[in-house]
Design a protein around this ligand. Structure first.
Ligand code: HEC
Ligand code: HEC
Length: 495
């Protein structure tokens, strides 16, 4: 039995003889493997306060945190869908149903305004301290240089309240302020109005309004008092920051997943890895070069790379292409600059964060916009990224139908919501594939690519897939027990 340590010693000996130890050149038989995951890698050494975790669980499933009380965190990060939602791009607040069944209805309350532009990621192991950058573009990050009093670099900048436990808690401040995801649209509810008025943090802002909702529910007051005995003496003491900290404690402890066959292997129990998975592991940490980016204990360097991943959906409003306006009469910017929209550096455009590959067989669709349904397809994309980008075609059922779209129209000072007319609707739908269809916009993504093509045989790809499968913690297949029977608001948990 070779342990991780002896393997590293072997590699060090190689280095002394002057041989190169870059992963791409390493002999397939001697991969440099990460150290096994341990409790100390996680916040609170993996043992957060159970009262906080339980409070966080209830909040995570409670639609009370959405402006129109119709969507919870769990809708897009569901335990039965491996903490994602199983679709390329989610529908946010409005529609009913879960996963692929989630579809806009034909009443204004059940309609949508647009798709959420990015794939809803799985939440596994985000309680490990090394996950210091969240979102596909890393727009929520730890702030070691202390730019902001709140302690984190986020879209709220200096307005982020203080008292957040960690970056995961900082993240939980934001879904509730997104009109499409959870807040709703102006005129629909006071939280949406506050968001529309650019007031998340201030008096009467979205976070305060949410805290007031929670203060008004007796069962939550009890739970907050238990979770924060020193700080919650009266119901008015409850803040949304406390809610975010509890949600983070729940996510960190319940979506921890480090008991895969690969973890067992690193801890010395090598029986669980098939021969094929071992060959795949050698490739991953060797010849195939995967670990140049998918490095460390969770198979991510937490850095940003451009690998020519196709983009579908409405994008993040970056760039501009007059062609779309000429074709449809709609004025929209449909690109997603990824890290570039956070740093404002052109060289960061189309770079996205390297995703962790834990439980990756369960977490499709893949890519920041969910372009690939199958794990094999996204792995093969890496073999020749630019060619794969140019050959990509959106499968007809990859995106759920975008029916029943409401448009927000401003007339003078008043806003109204109207059904999108049939004429405009065709143009609207074209947005989903516009970047991919446009040779120029697609060319921009191709030009930024930094991943060189690599040749792998079909059997090598199969071995890589076996290795990726060995990163699956069996517990991640059975998380339904996390769904509570009921939540303190009394709102339904499913639609
Ligand atoms: C409408 C679907 C939707 C809802 C509701 C939603 N999320 Fe998400 N979540 C997403 C999407 C999409 C992203 C990726 C966005 C991006 O990268 O720009 C994301 C990203 C995240 C991340 C970052 C993961 C990572 O690896 O960087 C966390 C953590 C998270 N969500 C937690 C939550 C919590 C907590 C709530 C409730 C307060 C919530 N989400 C509500 C869709 C949703
Ligand atoms: C240059 C860095 C780099 C290398 C090398 C690399 N990847 Fe990736 N990989 C990424 C990035 C970045 C993404 C996400 C891109 C996006 O969403 O736009 C990704 C996405 C993935 C995904 C999809 C995961 C998800 O949740 O969407 C898988 C699977 C994957 N890589 C496997 C591999 C394998 C296997 C190899 C080796 C053959 C490899 N990668 C080599 C950077 C890299």
């Amino acid at each position: 039995m070779k342990t991780a340590t002896t393997i590293r010693v072997a590699m060090a000996a190689l280095a002394l003889t002057g041989a190169q130890v870059y992963p791409t050149c390493a002999p397939a038989s001697a991969p440099v493997l990460p150290d096994p995951v341990v409790d100390a890698d996680y916040y609170d050494s993996g043992l957060p306060d159970p009262h906080k975790v339980e409070l966080g669980r209830l909040l995570f499933f409670d639609k009370i945190l959405s402006g129109n009380r119709n969507i919870s965190c769990a809708t897009c990060h569901h335990p039965s869908l491996a903490s994602g939602d199983g679709v390329a791009l989610p529908f946010g607040e409005g529609p009913g149903g879960l996963g692929r069944e989630r579809k806009p209805g034909d009443s204004p309350e059940r309609a949508v305004h647009e798709r959420v532009p990015r794939n809803s990621p799985a939440l596994f192991n985000l309680g490990a301290r090394e996950f210091e950058r969240l979102f596909h573009d890393g727009r929520v990050e730890t702030d070691p240089e202390g730019h902001y009093a709140g302690g984190f670099i986020t879209p709220a900048k200096w307005k982020l309240p203080i008292g957040l436990d960690n970056v995961l808690a900082a993240q939980a401040m934001f879904p509730v302020t997104s009109p499409t995801e959870m807040a709703g649209n102006p005129g629909e509810n006071p939280i949406a109005d506050a968001v529309f008025g650019n007031n998340a943090a201030g008096a009467g802002g979205a976070w305060q309004l949410l805290a007031e909702r929670l203060q008004g529910i007796e069962a939550y007051v009890k739970r907050f008092t238990k979770a924060y005995p020193d700080r919650v003496k009266r119901r008015e003491d409850i803040t949304y920051v406390m809610a975010a900290n509890a949600i983070a404690a729940f996510e960190a402890s319940e979506f921890r997943a480090d008991r895969s066959p690969f973890d067992d292997y690193l801890r010395g129990d090598t029986d669980g890895l098939s021969k094929s998975a071992r060959r795949g592991m050698a490739l991953f940490y060797g010849e195939a070069g995967c670990s140049r980016c998918h490095s460390g204990k969770f198979q991510t360097d937490h850095d940003f790379h451009a690998i020519a991943m196709p983009q579908i959906g409405p994008g993040k409003g970056d760039g501009y292409d007059g062609g779309y306006w000429r074709a449809t009469g709609l004025n929209r910017a449909l690109e997603d600059y990824g890290r570039g929209r956070v740093t404002f550096r052109a060289s960061d455009r189309y770079r996205f964060r390297t995703p962790s590959l834990r439980n990756v067989t369960l977490t499709g669709p893949y890519g920041h916009a969910g372009v690939y349904d199958s794990l094999e397809d996204v792995v093969r994309h890496h073999l020749d990224p630019v060619a794969s980008l140019h050959n990509y075609e959106l499968a007809p059922d990859q995106l759920p139908p975008l029916d029943n779209v409401l448009e927000l129209t401003a007339r003078g000072a008043s806003l109204s919501q109207n059904w999108l007319s049939d004429v405009r609707r065709d143009g609207y739908l074209l947005a989903d594939t516009w970047v991919q269809r446009s040779a120029r916009l697609r060319g921009n993504i191709a030009a930024a690519n930094e991943l060189a093509p690599i040749r792998l045989s079909d059997s090598q790809v199969r071995d890589l897939l076996s290795f990726l499968d060995s990163l699956t913690d069996p517990g991640a297949r059975a998380l339904e027990y996390l769904v509570p029977d009921s939540v303190p608001s009394g709102l339904p948990i499913t639609d």
